[in-house]
Write a protein that binds this ligand. Structure first.
Ligand code: CP
Ligand code: NVA
Length: 307
């Protein structure tokens, strides 16, 4: 097994590998829907290490392993005491001796890097403060199905330049979407991340702005996420003030009539998105959430070389 196949962010894969994973995800979904009996990950175990809460990531990975004939083990903060009971590197080396792959959701991206440096099995980033690449896989599946099979579409991010936004921008660059990232200036995505997103010669574009109206005009889809991410609770008042005063809420006044919406969830209605828009026919969020399952089945099957 090639243990360099770690998935810290989407650009740990080449664009061709990303396309392979998306294709495997679609194929596995069709096979499962047809009822094909299929156990490519029989006798394989995924350890899942969570430092933060989760609904979609936990349930979709665990369900995915079950559907693929394997097994998933949930390890919460109380179970392993990450970084407290024993160093991250010792956890990584120990879990690598049991499990075939590890999914980790951590606060600090540096801890993920340490975990990866000592792992001898594939490691998947299930969200850190810097990146959420599994979410991007599901986002790209959703965009491809609903907007453009060749990714010839315009997508706009409105909100915080956070973990989800960073991975999404890089993913857009890799597949050639026309992507606009709209954030308040003080919560913009770092230039280094934009440079990564612009590295690829896939035919799209990565633009930035601080003006939500300009960003939303003509967009095929507008994507948003919470204004205050897990671990940022101390900044809540300051961040809410910045997003509210800049009119960053995704609502009907902002959107063109044909624009659809994405949200990685959980959503805070009345903050980053209005209740009517969230509950409207514009919303692709439930299919987007379902696509976490299909995307990660493709990812695990790819990483464990079990197609
Ligand atoms: N979108 C997402 O990762 O959801 P959870 O935090 O519930 O896993
Ligand atoms: N940006 C959010 C995403 C949750 C899936 C957070 O980090 O809390």
């Amino acid at each position: 097994m090639d243990v360099t196949r770690q998935f810290r962010d989407v650009d740990d894969f080449s664009p061709a590998e990303l396309e392979t994973v998306l294709g495997m995800a679609t194929d596995l979904k069709e096979r499962f829907d047809r009822g094909d009996s299929d156990d490519p990950l029989a006798n394989r175990t995924l350890a899942m290490l969570f430092e933060k809460p989760s609904t979609r990531t936990r349930v979709s990975f665990e369900t995915g392993m079950t559907q693929l004939g394997g097994h998933a083990i949930f390890l919460g903060p109380e179970d392993v005491g990450l970084g407290g009971r024993e160093p991250t590197r010792d956890l990584s080396r120990t879990i690598s001796r049991y499990a075939d792959a590890v999914m980790v959701r951590l606060f600090d991206h540096a801890d993920l890097e340490e975990f990866c440096a000592f792992a001898t099995v594939p490691v998947v980033n299930g969200l850190t403060d810097l990146a959420h690449p599994c979410q991007t896989l599901a986002d790209l599946l959703t965009i491809r199905k609903h907007l453009a099979s060749d990714f010839d579409a315009s997508v706009t991010w409105i909100g915080d330049g956070n973990n989800v936004a960073r991975s999404f921008a890089v993913g857009c660059g890799m597949v050639g979407l026309d992507c606009t990232i709209c954030t308040p200036a003080e919560y913009a995505i770092e230039e280094s991340v934009l440079d990564r997103a612009r590295t690829f010669d896939a035919g799209g574009s990565i633009e930035t702005t601080t003006d939500p109206r300009e960003a939303a005009a003509g967009a095929d889809v507008v994507y948003t996420d919470v204004w205050v991410s897990m671990g940022e609770e101390a900044q809540r008042e300051e961040k809410l003030a910045a997003f509210k005063s800049g009119d960053f809420q995704v609502n009907d006044a902002l959107l063109d009539s044909g624009t659809e919406i994405l949200h990685c969830l959980p959503a805070h209605r009345g903050e980053e998105i209005s209740e009517p828009v969230f509950e409207s026919d514009r919303s692709l969020v439930w299919e987007q959430a379902e696509n976490r399952l299909h995307a990660q089945k493709g990812l695990l099957t790819f990483l464990l070389d079990a197609a």
